[in-house]
Design a protein around this ligand. Structure first.
Ligand SMILES: C[S@@+](CC[C@H](N)C(=O)[O-])C[C@H]1O[C@@H](n2cnc3c(N)ncnc32)[C@H](O)[C@@H]1O
Length: 203
């Protein structure tokens, strides 16, 4: 099952394989994916954890409609057009993947993640950290190459290096550790160059 899935979603296979190594210590009986975009990540989580009720929320109406049409058949997955501040539920675990650096108010998003988690519920956050300028340029060029390889149209921040750079260099590793540590008890933190992963627990 997982193999067939990964063949179809080969463009995100390398990311998702890494996410799973963190998510396996996070996903509870009800899982929320915040800022799910087209819903592919909550879809893959729902496939890998069939006994978990998975909810994906996204503020962009078009993205969520696309996701519903494509993944709506899965019984343990719900995709909803919601901002995190509108939700009134309690969940056992939350993932927030590549969202904070796009959020106008990341503090607000973190506060809501904490509000929605059950006591001792776990969170998985994937973010980007600032590295040397030359390395940032190389990462940007690789991202563009990947987009082209899979026929994805260059849009938003990816279409322009200066905008991409500004968004993706928002925090250093130290700043991000400090910020997330104020909201959650850190259980695991890994940083591979520009890629930052955090698993935390609601205190
Ligand atoms: C870069 S995309 C990441 C999508 C997906 N998580 C992924 O990694 O493929 C960030 C998404 O977060 C959404 N977003 C930003 N702030 C949000 C909020 N407060 N509530 C829900 N979604 C939000 C944006 O609309 C955008 O689609």
């Amino acid at each position: 099952m997982k193999f067939a899935l990964f063949r179809e979603y080969r463009n995100i296979r390398s990311f998702f394989t890494r996410y799973i190594t963190f998510l396996k210590d996070v996903v509870g009986d009800t899982h929320l994916d915040v800022g799910c975009g087209f819903g592919t990540i909550p879809f893959l989580i729902a496939c890998c954890w069939p006994n978990t009720k998975v909810i994906g929320i996204e503020v962009d109406k078009k993205m969520i409609s696309w996701g519903k049409a494509r993944y709506g058949h899965l019984p343990n997955l719900k995709l909803l057009k919601y901002g995190i501040d509108e939700l009134k539920i309690e969940v056992g675990s939350i993932s927030c993947i590549n969202v904070l650096h796009h959020a106008d108010d990341h503090i607000n998003v973190l506060e809501h993640i904490r509000r929605l988690l059950k006591r001792r519920g776990r969170v998985f956050i994937r973010e980007f950290v600032r590295v040397k300028d030359g390395e940032m340029r190389r990462i940007y060029e690789n991202t563009v190459k990947e987009y082209r390889k899979y026929g994805v149209r260059l849009c938003g921040d990816v279409a322009n290096f200066d905008i991409w750079y500004k968004i993706h260099s928002r925090w250093s590793e130290r700043e991000l550790r400090c910020l997330l540590g104020k909201f959650f008890k850190p259980l695991a933190i890994r940083c591979f160059g520009h890629d930052f992963y955090f698993v935390g627990e609601k205190r």
